[in-house]
Design a protein around this ligand. Sequence first.
Ligand SMILES: [Zn+2]
Length: 94
Amino acid sequence: METREELLNMVKSSRVIINNVDIRDLLSAPTQEQLDCPYCHKGKHVYICENTYLEITPGETRVCKKRVIDYEEWQIGAVKFDYCPMCGRKLGDE
Ligand SMILES: [Zn+2]
């Protein structure tokens, strides 16, 4: 799969006039930043305050709290995001 940047370069270099369907495909292609996003691909925590963070997993995002004195984190909630809050990639396409 080409990234959005690669598709844009193909369009620029070929000087092809693209139609609406091609534009939709182009805009739905992931950017390189989205492909490399550590939050939605590698489980890096999104801190929302000192001890509380989001953990993005396929299907749902866990809201967790972990203090220094805790051995394990507590899941204090869950939310459903359609898009990664850090890179904007549509979730659920994995
Ligand atoms: Zn992301």
